[in-house]
Write a protein that binds this ligand. Structure first.
Ligand code: ADE
Ligand code: ZN
Length: 334
Protein backbone atom coordinates (compact mmCIF):
# COMPACT_ATOMS: atom_id res chain seq x y z
CA UNK A 1 0.00 0.00 0.00
CA UNK A 2 1.38 3.43 -0.81
CA UNK A 3 0.78 6.52 1.33
CA UNK A 4 -2.33 7.60 -0.57
CA UNK A 5 -3.82 4.14 -0.20
CA UNK A 6 -3.02 4.23 3.52
CA UNK A 7 -4.83 7.58 3.86
CA UNK A 8 -7.90 6.01 2.27
CA UNK A 9 -7.68 2.77 4.24
CA UNK A 10 -7.18 4.23 7.72
CA UNK A 11 -10.29 4.56 9.88
CA UNK A 12 -10.48 8.18 10.99
CA UNK A 13 -12.45 10.42 13.34
CA UNK A 14 -13.40 13.98 12.45
CA UNK A 15 -13.55 16.40 15.38
CA UNK A 16 -13.81 19.77 13.69
CA UNK A 17 -16.50 20.16 11.06
CA UNK A 18 -19.27 22.76 10.96
CA UNK A 19 -22.37 21.19 9.49
CA UNK A 20 -23.33 24.52 7.90
CA UNK A 21 -19.87 24.46 6.28
CA UNK A 22 -20.66 21.21 4.45
CA UNK A 23 -23.35 22.94 2.39
CA UNK A 24 -22.39 22.17 -1.22
CA UNK A 25 -23.60 24.68 -3.85
CA UNK A 26 -25.64 22.00 -5.64
CA UNK A 27 -27.68 21.26 -2.52
CA UNK A 28 -27.91 24.98 -1.71
CA UNK A 29 -29.52 25.64 -5.10
CA UNK A 30 -31.89 22.69 -4.71
CA UNK A 31 -33.08 23.76 -1.23
CA UNK A 32 -33.28 27.45 -2.19
CA UNK A 33 -35.52 26.51 -5.10
CA UNK A 34 -37.88 24.31 -3.11
CA UNK A 35 -38.13 26.94 -0.34
CA UNK A 36 -38.61 29.77 -2.89
CA UNK A 37 -35.65 31.72 -1.53
CA UNK A 38 -33.50 33.94 -3.75
CA UNK A 39 -29.74 33.50 -3.55
CA UNK A 40 -27.36 36.04 -5.04
CA UNK A 41 -25.89 33.63 -7.61
CA UNK A 42 -27.05 32.61 -11.10
CA UNK A 43 -25.31 29.25 -11.15
CA UNK A 44 -22.88 26.89 -9.39
CA UNK A 45 -19.91 28.41 -11.19
CA UNK A 46 -20.73 31.84 -9.77
CA UNK A 47 -21.00 30.38 -6.29
CA UNK A 48 -17.57 28.78 -6.51
CA UNK A 49 -16.09 32.03 -7.78
CA UNK A 50 -17.41 33.79 -4.68
CA UNK A 51 -15.40 31.38 -2.50
CA UNK A 52 -12.25 33.41 -2.78
CA UNK A 53 -11.45 34.38 0.77
CA UNK A 54 -8.73 36.58 2.21
CA UNK A 55 -9.45 36.04 5.90
CA UNK A 56 -11.94 34.44 8.31
CA UNK A 57 -14.51 37.27 8.14
CA UNK A 58 -14.68 37.27 4.34
CA UNK A 59 -15.61 33.58 4.57
CA UNK A 60 -18.07 33.97 7.45
CA UNK A 61 -20.10 36.60 5.57
CA UNK A 62 -20.75 34.13 2.74
CA UNK A 63 -21.19 31.13 5.05
CA UNK A 64 -23.95 32.82 7.09
CA UNK A 65 -25.69 34.01 3.90
CA UNK A 66 -25.73 30.45 2.52
CA UNK A 67 -27.31 29.02 5.67
CA UNK A 68 -30.36 31.27 5.23
CA UNK A 69 -32.01 28.91 2.74
CA UNK A 70 -32.32 26.20 5.44
CA UNK A 71 -35.86 26.33 6.82
CA UNK A 72 -37.48 22.93 7.37
CA UNK A 73 -36.37 19.91 9.38
CA UNK A 74 -35.86 18.02 6.11
CA UNK A 75 -33.42 20.71 4.89
CA UNK A 76 -31.23 20.15 7.95
CA UNK A 77 -31.53 16.40 7.54
CA UNK A 78 -30.46 16.60 3.88
CA UNK A 79 -27.49 18.79 4.80
CA UNK A 80 -26.24 16.37 7.44
CA UNK A 81 -26.99 13.29 5.37
CA UNK A 82 -24.90 14.63 2.47
CA UNK A 83 -21.99 15.05 4.91
CA UNK A 84 -22.34 11.50 6.23
CA UNK A 85 -22.10 10.18 2.67
CA UNK A 86 -18.75 11.98 2.37
CA UNK A 87 -17.63 10.44 5.67
CA UNK A 88 -18.53 6.99 4.40
CA UNK A 89 -16.52 7.57 1.20
CA UNK A 90 -13.47 8.77 3.19
CA UNK A 91 -13.62 6.03 5.84
CA UNK A 92 -14.45 8.49 8.61
CA UNK A 93 -16.03 6.13 11.14
CA UNK A 94 -16.73 8.65 13.90
CA UNK A 95 -17.51 12.36 13.74
CA UNK A 96 -18.21 15.14 16.25
CA UNK A 97 -20.21 17.75 14.40
CA UNK A 98 -20.54 21.46 15.23
CA UNK A 99 -23.77 23.26 14.63
CA UNK A 100 -24.52 26.98 15.13
CA UNK A 101 -27.97 27.33 16.75
CA UNK A 102 -27.93 31.12 16.63
CA UNK A 103 -27.51 31.18 12.83
CA UNK A 104 -30.96 29.60 12.69
CA UNK A 105 -32.80 30.79 15.81
CA UNK A 106 -31.97 34.41 14.85
CA UNK A 107 -34.05 33.80 11.69
CA UNK A 108 -36.98 32.43 13.66
CA UNK A 109 -36.22 28.72 13.15
CA UNK A 110 -37.07 26.70 16.26
CA UNK A 111 -34.24 24.80 17.99
CA UNK A 112 -36.11 21.53 17.59
CA UNK A 113 -36.49 22.02 13.83
CA UNK A 114 -32.76 21.91 13.02
CA UNK A 115 -31.89 19.68 15.94
CA UNK A 116 -34.35 16.95 14.96
CA UNK A 117 -33.06 17.06 11.38
CA UNK A 118 -29.43 16.63 12.51
CA UNK A 119 -30.34 13.97 15.04
CA UNK A 120 -32.27 11.87 12.51
CA UNK A 121 -29.34 12.00 10.07
CA UNK A 122 -27.00 10.86 12.88
CA UNK A 123 -29.27 7.88 13.58
CA UNK A 124 -29.43 6.94 9.90
CA UNK A 125 -25.64 7.24 9.56
CA UNK A 126 -25.26 4.72 12.37
CA UNK A 127 -27.74 2.23 10.95
CA UNK A 128 -26.80 2.65 7.30
CA UNK A 129 -23.00 3.18 7.43
CA UNK A 130 -22.06 2.21 11.00
CA UNK A 131 -20.75 5.77 11.55
CA UNK A 132 -20.98 6.99 15.16
CA UNK A 133 -21.39 10.68 15.90
CA UNK A 134 -21.77 13.35 18.54
CA UNK A 135 -23.23 16.85 18.20
CA UNK A 136 -21.47 19.96 19.56
CA UNK A 137 -23.38 23.22 19.77
CA UNK A 138 -21.32 26.38 19.24
CA UNK A 139 -21.94 29.89 20.53
CA UNK A 140 -21.28 32.63 18.00
CA UNK A 141 -18.60 34.77 19.62
CA UNK A 142 -19.49 37.96 17.71
CA UNK A 143 -22.82 37.91 19.59
CA UNK A 144 -23.23 38.79 23.26
CA UNK A 145 -22.73 36.74 26.41
CA UNK A 146 -26.45 37.23 27.10
CA UNK A 147 -27.37 35.67 23.75
CA UNK A 148 -25.07 32.73 24.48
CA UNK A 149 -26.87 32.22 27.81
CA UNK A 150 -30.23 32.24 26.00
CA UNK A 151 -28.93 29.63 23.55
CA UNK A 152 -27.72 27.44 26.42
CA UNK A 153 -31.18 27.66 27.94
CA UNK A 154 -32.84 26.63 24.65
CA UNK A 155 -30.54 23.62 24.40
CA UNK A 156 -31.33 22.21 27.84
CA UNK A 157 -34.26 20.01 26.66
CA UNK A 158 -31.81 18.36 24.20
CA UNK A 159 -28.92 18.17 26.67
CA UNK A 160 -28.56 14.39 26.58
CA UNK A 161 -28.03 14.44 22.80
CA UNK A 162 -25.44 17.25 22.78
CA UNK A 163 -22.00 16.19 24.00
CA UNK A 164 -20.30 19.57 24.25
CA UNK A 165 -20.51 23.29 23.69
CA UNK A 166 -18.04 25.19 21.52
CA UNK A 167 -17.17 28.73 20.48
CA UNK A 168 -16.81 29.87 16.87
CA UNK A 169 -17.22 32.79 14.43
CA UNK A 170 -15.12 35.99 14.32
CA UNK A 171 -12.17 35.43 16.64
CA UNK A 172 -10.33 38.77 16.70
CA UNK A 173 -11.81 41.14 19.25
CA UNK A 174 -13.91 38.39 20.84
CA UNK A 175 -11.54 36.68 23.28
CA UNK A 176 -12.56 33.55 25.18
CA UNK A 177 -12.82 35.54 28.44
CA UNK A 178 -16.06 37.08 27.09
CA UNK A 179 -17.69 33.65 27.52
CA UNK A 180 -16.14 32.53 30.81
CA UNK A 181 -19.42 32.57 32.74
CA UNK A 182 -21.51 30.85 30.09
CA UNK A 183 -18.88 28.10 29.72
CA UNK A 184 -18.92 27.61 33.50
CA UNK A 185 -22.72 27.28 33.36
CA UNK A 186 -22.46 24.80 30.47
CA UNK A 187 -19.96 22.69 32.43
CA UNK A 188 -22.30 22.80 35.41
CA UNK A 189 -25.11 21.52 33.16
CA UNK A 190 -22.94 18.56 32.13
CA UNK A 191 -21.57 19.61 28.73
CA UNK A 192 -17.96 19.00 27.70
CA UNK A 193 -16.19 22.11 26.39
CA UNK A 194 -14.26 23.05 23.26
CA UNK A 195 -13.40 26.43 21.72
CA UNK A 196 -11.86 27.87 18.57
CA UNK A 197 -8.69 29.68 19.62
CA UNK A 198 -5.41 30.56 17.93
CA UNK A 199 -6.76 30.34 14.39
CA UNK A 200 -6.39 34.06 13.61
CA UNK A 201 -6.18 35.10 17.24
CA UNK A 202 -2.96 35.25 19.29
CA UNK A 203 -1.58 32.59 21.68
CA UNK A 204 -3.13 34.62 24.53
CA UNK A 205 -6.55 33.43 23.35
CA UNK A 206 -5.39 29.81 23.65
CA UNK A 207 -4.21 30.45 27.23
CA UNK A 208 -7.62 31.94 28.00
CA UNK A 209 -9.46 28.97 26.48
CA UNK A 210 -7.40 26.66 28.71
CA UNK A 211 -7.40 28.66 31.93
CA UNK A 212 -10.69 30.57 31.83
CA UNK A 213 -12.98 28.37 29.75
CA UNK A 214 -11.34 25.11 30.90
CA UNK A 215 -11.82 23.40 27.56
CA UNK A 216 -11.27 19.73 26.78
CA UNK A 217 -9.94 20.53 23.29
CA UNK A 218 -8.72 23.55 21.34
CA UNK A 219 -10.08 24.03 17.83
CA UNK A 220 -7.34 25.11 15.39
CA UNK A 221 -4.73 26.40 17.88
CA UNK A 222 -2.07 26.61 15.17
CA UNK A 223 -0.85 30.03 16.35
CA UNK A 224 0.23 28.37 19.62
CA UNK A 225 3.51 27.73 17.82
CA UNK A 226 4.46 31.37 18.45
CA UNK A 227 4.66 30.73 22.22
CA UNK A 228 7.10 28.04 23.36
CA UNK A 229 5.71 27.93 26.91
CA UNK A 230 2.25 27.33 25.55
CA UNK A 231 3.51 24.57 23.26
CA UNK A 232 5.22 22.86 26.20
CA UNK A 233 1.99 22.94 28.16
CA UNK A 234 -0.14 21.62 25.28
CA UNK A 235 2.33 18.75 24.81
CA UNK A 236 2.55 17.95 28.52
CA UNK A 237 -1.24 17.89 28.97
CA UNK A 238 -1.79 16.19 25.61
CA UNK A 239 -4.37 18.88 24.96
CA UNK A 240 -5.73 18.18 21.48
CA UNK A 241 -5.57 20.76 18.69
CA UNK A 242 -8.13 20.06 15.97
CA UNK A 243 -6.10 21.27 13.00
CA UNK A 244 -7.73 22.07 9.63
CA UNK A 245 -5.09 22.35 6.89
CA UNK A 246 -7.17 23.34 3.82
CA UNK A 247 -9.11 25.83 5.94
CA UNK A 248 -5.85 27.48 7.05
CA UNK A 249 -4.74 27.71 3.44
CA UNK A 250 -8.07 29.10 2.11
CA UNK A 251 -8.38 31.67 4.91
CA UNK A 252 -4.73 32.76 4.49
CA UNK A 253 -3.64 31.62 7.96
CA UNK A 254 -0.72 30.09 6.00
CA UNK A 255 0.59 31.26 2.61
CA UNK A 256 1.18 27.80 1.24
CA UNK A 257 0.76 24.26 2.48
CA UNK A 258 4.52 23.65 2.68
CA UNK A 259 4.60 26.17 5.53
CA UNK A 260 1.83 24.45 7.48
CA UNK A 261 2.92 23.49 10.99
CA UNK A 262 0.91 20.30 11.48
CA UNK A 263 3.97 18.07 10.99
CA UNK A 264 6.17 20.24 13.24
CA UNK A 265 3.53 20.16 15.97
CA UNK A 266 3.22 16.38 15.62
CA UNK A 267 6.99 15.98 15.85
CA UNK A 268 6.99 18.02 19.07
CA UNK A 269 4.59 15.53 20.61
CA UNK A 270 1.36 17.53 20.42
CA UNK A 271 -1.94 15.72 19.99
CA UNK A 272 -2.87 17.14 16.57
CA UNK A 273 -5.07 15.55 13.95
CA UNK A 274 -6.61 16.38 10.56
CA UNK A 275 -10.07 17.94 10.08
CA UNK A 276 -12.00 19.62 7.29
CA UNK A 277 -13.70 22.59 9.11
CA UNK A 278 -15.98 23.83 6.28
CA UNK A 279 -15.26 21.38 3.47
CA UNK A 280 -17.78 22.73 0.94
CA UNK A 281 -16.05 26.12 1.11
CA UNK A 282 -12.40 25.15 1.51
CA UNK A 283 -11.87 22.58 -1.22
CA UNK A 284 -12.27 19.25 0.42
CA UNK A 285 -13.26 16.71 3.01
CA UNK A 286 -11.12 14.55 5.31
CA UNK A 287 -9.05 12.68 2.74
CA UNK A 288 -8.55 15.79 0.60
CA UNK A 289 -6.99 17.41 3.67
CA UNK A 290 -4.74 14.40 4.26
CA UNK A 291 -3.68 14.35 0.60
CA UNK A 292 -2.94 18.09 0.63
CA UNK A 293 -0.59 17.81 3.62
CA UNK A 294 0.93 14.59 2.30
CA UNK A 295 1.79 16.23 -1.03
CA UNK A 296 3.23 19.32 0.67
CA UNK A 297 4.99 17.78 3.68
CA UNK A 298 5.73 14.18 2.71
CA UNK A 299 4.66 12.60 5.99
CA UNK A 300 5.98 9.18 6.97
CA UNK A 301 3.76 6.15 7.43
CA UNK A 302 4.19 6.48 11.19
CA UNK A 303 3.15 10.15 11.10
CA UNK A 304 0.04 9.43 9.05
CA UNK A 305 -0.96 6.70 11.46
CA UNK A 306 -0.28 8.93 14.47
CA UNK A 307 -2.63 11.57 13.04
CA UNK A 308 -5.37 8.95 12.69
CA UNK A 309 -4.77 7.51 16.18
CA UNK A 310 -4.80 11.05 17.63
CA UNK A 311 -8.20 11.68 16.03
CA UNK A 312 -9.70 8.89 18.14
CA UNK A 313 -7.69 9.64 21.28
CA UNK A 314 -8.87 13.26 21.22
CA UNK A 315 -12.50 12.30 20.61
CA UNK A 316 -15.27 11.85 23.16
CA UNK A 317 -15.65 8.07 22.59
CA UNK A 318 -14.91 5.46 25.28
CA UNK A 319 -11.43 4.22 26.21
CA UNK A 320 -12.33 0.76 24.86
CA UNK A 321 -13.29 2.24 21.47
CA UNK A 322 -10.07 4.29 21.37
CA UNK A 323 -8.07 1.12 21.99
CA UNK A 324 -9.95 -0.72 19.27
CA UNK A 325 -9.24 1.95 16.64
CA UNK A 326 -5.57 2.32 17.63
CA UNK A 327 -5.09 -1.43 17.22
CA UNK A 328 -6.89 -1.43 13.87
CA UNK A 329 -4.69 1.38 12.57
CA UNK A 330 -1.48 -0.27 13.84
CA UNK A 331 -2.24 -3.41 11.84
CA UNK A 332 -2.41 -1.55 8.49
CA UNK A 333 0.75 -1.63 6.42
CA UNK A 334 1.85 0.48 3.45
N1 ADE B 1 -17.38 28.95 11.72
C1 ADE B 1 -17.27 28.11 10.69
N2 ADE B 1 -15.98 27.90 10.40
C2 ADE B 1 -15.25 28.64 11.26
C3 ADE B 1 -13.87 28.84 11.47
N3 ADE B 1 -12.93 28.26 10.71
N4 ADE B 1 -13.49 29.68 12.44
C4 ADE B 1 -14.40 30.29 13.19
N5 ADE B 1 -15.71 30.13 13.04
C5 ADE B 1 -16.14 29.31 12.08
ZN1 ZN C 1 -14.05 25.79 12.70
Amino acid sequence: MNHLALIQAMPKAELHVHIEGTFEPELMFEIAQRNHIQIPYQNIEEVRQAYNFHNLQSFLDIYYAGAKVLIHEQDFYDLAWAYFKKCHADHVVHTEIFFDPQTHTERGIAFETFFNGFQRACQDAKSEFGISSHLIMCFLRHLSEQEAFETLEQALPFKDQIIAVGLDSSEMGHPPEKFQRVFAAAAEAGFLLVAHAGEEGPPEYVWQALDLLKVNRIDHGVRSEEDSQLLARLAKEQMPLTVCPLSNLKLCVVDDMQQHNIQRLLQQGLCVMVNSDDPAYFGGYMNDNFIAIQNALNLSEAELKQLAVNSFNASFISAAEKKHWAETIAKLSV
